[in-house]
Design a protein around this ligand. Sequence first.
Ligand SMILES: Nc1ncnc2c1ncn2[C@@H]1O[C@H](COP(=O)(O)OP(=O)(O)OP(=O)(O)O)[C@@H](O)[C@H]1O
Length: 225
Amino acid sequence: MVEALHDGLCVRDLACTRGGRRVFDGLSFDVAPGSVVQVRGANGSGKSSLLRLLCGLLPPAAGELQWRRLRVGARGAGLAAEIAYMGHAGGMSGDLTVLENLRFSLQVAGSASADAGCREVLQRLQLAGREDEPLRHLSQGQQRRLSLARVLLSGRALWLLDEPCAGLDAEGEASFDTCLAEHVHRGGMAVVTTHRDIGRDGPCAHTLDMNGLGHAGDRDPDHRP
Ligand SMILES: Nc1ncnc2c1ncn2[C@@H]1O[C@H](COP(=O)(O)OP(=O)(O)OP(=O)(O)O)[C@@H](O)[C@H]1O
């Protein structure tokens, strides 16, 4: 692979197979420090699969990733510790309180933050006053805000966000835009799958269009069941 010209993420000729079908191939793009890539495309075009590949949750069928000019190993080795991933499933416990969920996930990620920091982020995301309530008492949109709080508190350089604005109201979208803009301003990076144009109201974002990269229905010739 050509040597990267920056200290961010380089994706080259990436291919993805799921269930024996080739979802996309030949995918190349860059996420330089201080930039956002918004991933757009039809349902099933492979947006979530791409994020799972970048996280190391799925092995690529072909291609290569470089992070800070070094090749990323199997299961995201060399990159995983710098990622904050927000998937469709919240990955939180409905029985733990809002604050307990934050404490627990930060501890697991090795980025423990003082309660004061957690409370401050909850305040920013309009969740102040809900700290001691069990997560299951929160609405879908509020739970999405809490997932975003985890990302903010992680302090990780690369945010991989799968439909972060799904279920958010206008105020939640505006908070998200501000948080993302601040992250990018600090030199952070983000890859965001979205059906909403982030660049319209949020930070400037490069668009990666997944439509046309796929082979819907094609059997992967290299796949062995
Ligand atoms: N666990 C799985 N096993 C087999 N095939 C899968 C699996 N998950 C996803 N797929 C297939 O991979 C393709 C891409 O799915 P993916 O979820 O990445 O698309 P997407 O662009 O994120 O879609 P959406 O906009 O609906 O969220 C789809 O054809 C889907 O059926």
